[in-house]
Design a protein. Structure first.
Length: 112
């Protein structure tokens, strides 16, 4: 509750999302987002992609890096074959449009 009360806010947190993602390296991690254009304020794919991109350095240390590219278009599977996987589905703030991709990623890296 420390950061939920004035005068502190989430902007005062001592860590950022990319740091938390990097803690998972080099183990597999699948990150998915929906489309902000679906009219829901809960979806921030650009911010999630920025955290994903910054965390890639941790996987590079272990030789398991995802290629550094601009944010792919929605429903692109170009970052699926890597331990740090990214997929943006075509819906809003819901997980189930990416279940198949999640299971594919999990199966590909099972036991790692």
């Amino acid at each position: 509750m420390h950061y939920a009360r004035d005068p502190l806010s989430v902007h005062d947190l001592p860590v950022d999302a990319h740091m938390l993602i990097a803690l998972r390296a080099p183990r597999p991690l699948f990150i998915t987002s929906g489309l902000a254009e679906r009219g829901e304020s809960w979806v921030d794919p650009a911010g999630m992609w920025a955290a994903f991109a910054e965390a890639q350095a941790a996987w590079e240390i272990y030789g398991a890096a995802t290629p550094r590219t601009p944010m792919p278009v929605a429903e692109s599977r170009e970052h699926m074959p890597f331990p740090l996987g990214w997929y943006q589905h075509g819906e809003g703030h819901v997980p189930w449009p990416a279940y198949d991709e999640f299971y594919d990623h999990a199966e590909r890296f099972a036991g790692q």
